[in-house]
Design a protein around this ligand. Structure first.
Ligand code: HEC
Ligand code: HEC
Length: 458
């Protein structure tokens, strides 16, 4: 016979009272999010599966301005939740100037078949990517050059904060801060950011054929979808977008050249950009663009984007072969880039279709929002608020089983008292990987009162 009584001990909040409180004993769900069955495999490496506590550490790092040299810039300064984790500015403000390319949206990064990141794919993995902005002189300023401190100085800075001592212990079993640990946690958080509650998803679930019309779409949206999905040329004359931006994730085809947008924010030409963020959430629910678009932010609206593909200015070296026009005739004009000859209505239909790829929860869900308050402060809960108490018959006597929800891998002391005044030294109890605290003792002991105490890493 086992009876379990919820047993409220006390409500312990570490540090001073504040608006923003992160309860590390009750984590948001990142590991087991619902993912539509029609998605192809993702780019999560076997060595960095998403855990709730790992993504929580990533979330705190992502929003912490102390990760920049002068503590004014976090990842979220340029990757803003309300803007689909992009930035409405053409160039984003870093600690020492503005970025050389436009900030990329980060939604559904987990589902890109292209595993190399950045516009020019210079980061071999998402893990590698995540500490590049920190080590960039302009963006976050721990470059180790140009008078900047290096990444180890950042490690020293944040290793002094109890928040990170607890979080790194909770994720990795010890408080040591290394670049690899930061990379893993940041990548877990970025991969957790997903958006699959769009009109397109509802249509696709109802009739899972990307080439058929969707019953929940307007005529315009269906026309735009047909244009997007069909190759250019021929009688049906589509716009050929899906060859590179592939349904249903709308991520970029890994074998893509550049698309003829060759400008550079620093002036001159840039022919290296062969990756695009996927085309989900390119506009807000009301159609406001989450642009500007392209690596140089040169297209303010989706109509500007479509006008580009409708008449690509020139065949610059490296232009994707699918965007090059028919071979030139001898003695005729030089080879042209793609001409789609879309009508104004067809262009508007494409814009309407792209609007169906926008979700809603990704903009609102607290698990992807800043855990900090407006003055960059954060309180966090590490002590269990509810302790369960069970007794079991065992041989001659009875035993007591205490259980509680703590922070994964963190060490607590279970202290007992018979009068609420004198407490014993306590017994060390380490929370399991999923945060469970559990301890058994003989009921013969005189203790009547129990509490878990946080035992900071030594
Ligand atoms: C000052 C602005 C700024 C800050 C701060 C910043 N980023 Fe970025 N981010 C950018 C820009 C600009 C790009 C595109 C750069 C390029 O391709 O050269 C980018 C690209 C990315 C990408 C690549 C997306 C893709 O699909 O290829 C990821 C992931 C990313 N950032 C994550 C982060 C993380 C994590 C942090 C914090 C550690 C961060 N960023 C901090 C501006 C910023
Ligand atoms: C040959 C491959 C290819 C085709 C076909 C193609 N694109 Fe792209 N697209 C790209 C590449 C590569 C980029 C990133 C280029 C850059 O920024 O320099 C991109 C960028 C974009 C962007 C900007 C994304 C952002 O986050 O700024 C949009 C929107 C877009 N394409 C829509 C379309 C539409 C609509 C069509 C069809 C009319 C289309 N694309 C056809 C390869 C292609």
């Amino acid at each position: 016979m086992k009876t379990i009584l919820p047993f409220l001990l006390f409500l312990p909040v570490v540090s001073k009272a504040q608006d923003a409180v992160l309860d590390l004993t009750k984590l948001h769900s990142y590991a087991n999010q619902e993912v539509p069955a029609y998605l192809s495999p993702d780019n999560i490496p076997a060595t960095n599966r998403i855990s709730d506590i790992g993504a929580t550490l990533g979330r705190v790092l992502f929003y912490d301005k102390r990760l920049s040299n002068n503590s004014t810039v976090s990842c979220a300064s340029c990757h803003q939740q309300e803007n689909a984790f992009g930035d409405p500015a053409v160039a984003s403000q870093g600690v020492a100037g503005t970025t050389g390319r436009h900030s990329m949206r980060l939604i559904n990064a987990r589902f890109s078949a292209e595993r190399k990141f950045f516009w020019d794919e210079r980061a071999p993995t998402l893990e590698f990517q995540t500490t590049q902005p920190i080590q960039d002189h302009i963006e976050m300023g721990f470059s180790g050059a140009d008078g900047d401190p290096d990444l180890s100085a950042l490690g020293v800075r944040i290793s002094e904060l109890e928040l990170y001592q607890v979080l790194f212990t909770a994720v990795y079993g010890s408080p040591e801060i290394t670049e690899a640990r930061m990379q893993q946690a940041l990548a877990q958080f970025v991969r957790s950011i997903q958006s699959f509650d769009s009109k397109y998803d509802r249509g696709f679930v109802a009739a899972p054929n990307p080439n058929a019309d969707f019953a929940n779409f307007t005529e315009r949206e269906n026309q735009g979808k047909r244009l997007f999905m069909s190759p250019p040329g021929g009688a049906s004359g589509g716009a050929g977008c899906a060859a590179c931006h592939r349904a249903p994730t709308f991520d970029i085809d890994p074998n893509t050249g550049h698309n003829g947008v060759t400008g550079s924010l620093g002036g001159g030409q840039d022919l290296t950009n062969t990756r695009s963020p996927n085309l989900r959430d390119v506009v807000d629910a009301d159609g406001t663009p989450h642009g500007p678009f392209m690596h140089d932010g040169s297209k303010a609206t989706l109509l500007d984007v479509i006008n580009h593909y409708n008449a690509i200015p020139a065949v610059a070296p490296g232009l994707d072969r699918r965007l090059v026009g028919p071979p030139p005739r001898p003695g005729g004009p030089p080879q042209q880039a793609q001409r789609l000859n879309l009508s104004e209505i067809e262009k508007e239909s494409l814009v309407s279709f792209l609007g169906t790829l926008t979700g809603s929860s990704v903009y609102k869900d607290e698990k992807w929002a800043s855990p900090f308050d407006s003055s960059n402060d954060l309180s966090f809960v590490v002590l269990p608020t509810v302790v369960t108490f069970a007794t079991e018959l065992e041989g001659e006597g009875r035993k007591i089983i205490l259980g509680a929800g703590g922070v994964p891998r963190v060490r607590y002391l279970l202290r007992t008292s018979s009068d609420l005044e004198n407490w014993d030294e306590g017994i060390g109890v380490i929370a399991s990987n999923s945060g469970e605290l559990s301890h058994e003792m003989a009921a013969a002991s005189v203790a009547k009162f129990f509490r878990f105490v946080y035992a900071p890493p030594e």
